[in-house]
Design a protein around this ligand. Structure first.
Ligand code: SAH
Length: 274
């Protein structure tokens, strides 16, 4: 455990860990080692690390032969990382949710939890070999959830669309300093081409969003409520209900592919409207 080291470093930098920025350091060496092992890094592979903080994971990544590209928003931590690693890592000082991600083969990160959704969607849009990311446990469970589960949602559908995802292990809050209020989990995502190809991916993404913002409603009612977001008047949507696939189901029971069928239905409607 590296509590003393983390505390000394912060003291030296003249800063405190800011919980609002997700600054909880992974101080458990065994977990750090396993996280890197899970990624089975080949020599020279480029690994993206988001939020390297004090660089504990970074240094293990470098030892494994990775070429590390890291994005850190905290100026003081960047200063420390430059001193510690100089040219052996490529450090981007900035907000990972706002910048275009650089090229990478793999992602290995213990991220700040408040940007979990945004950064995950951003990573999933890319093709990569794999990602081993530490999330809040509850977020990890939603990410890997399947249909018919109470926590299945937009995140689960988009993750399953782009990647094979699994929880590798649950990590105790005691592995972090300062100790967070919740446990964490390491998740593996292997990016792959989608298992089905919607006729229009953006329309699919929109339909997923609309349906899950009305997750308790029947598909037909959810789509009537969100009609404007796919460019239809509510009355037009009402008129389509008899032909609509899965109209009487609830979205939480549908597989990503079935949701894809609904999106394709609208693609055909749009085509005929033109
Ligand atoms: N990975 C380190 C630190 C985790 S704490 C470890 O395992 O110990 C999360 C880190 O993310 C902090 O260093 C914090 O400054 C940084 N961070 C917070 N928001 C960020 C953002 N939007 N973009 C990049 N880094 C961010």
């Amino acid at each position: 455990m590296r509590v003393a080291e983390a505390r000394d470093l912060l003291l030296h930098l003249g800063v405190r860990a800011q919980k609002s920025l997700g600054q909880h350091f992974l101080i458990d060496d065994e977990v750090v080692k396993r996280q890197v092992q899970y990624a089975s890094i080949g020599k020279g592979e480029t690994v993206l690390e988001i939020g390297p903080g004090l660089g504990f994971l970074t240094s293990e990544l470098l030892d494994s032969g990775a070429k590390v590209v890291a994005i850190e928003s905290d100026r003081k931590f960047c200063e420390h990382l430059r001193n510690r690693f100089s040219d052996s890592i490529e450090l981007i000082e900035g907000d990972a949710t706002r910048i275009d991600l650089p090229a990478f083969d793999k992602v290995v990160s213990n991220i700040p939890y408040q940007i979990s959704s945004e950064i995950t969607f951003k990573i999933l849009e890319r093709r990569f070999k794999l990602a081993v990311i530490m999330y809040q446990k509850e977020f990890a469970e939603r990410l890997v959830a399947g249909e018919a589960s109470a926590i299945y949602g937009r995140l689960s559908v988009m993750a399953a669309y782009h990647a094979d995802c699994e929880i590798l292990e649950v990590v105790s809050r005691r592995s972090f300093w300062p100790e967070p209020k919740v446990d964490s989990a390491l998740v593996m995502m292997r990016s792959r081409p989608p298992k089905f190809q919607p006729k229009d991916e953006r329309l699919f993404v929109d339909v997923v969003r609309i349906l899950f913002s009305h997750r308790r409603k029947m598909i037909s009612n959810g789509l009537i409520a969100g009609a404007a977001q796919i460019g239809l008047a509510r009355d037009e949507m009402r008129a389509l209900v008899p032909q609509m696939p899965y109209a009487e189901e609830r979205v939480e029971m549908l597989t990503p592919e079935e949701i894809g069928e609904i999106a394709d239905f609208f693609w055909d409607i749009r085509k005929h409207k033109k």
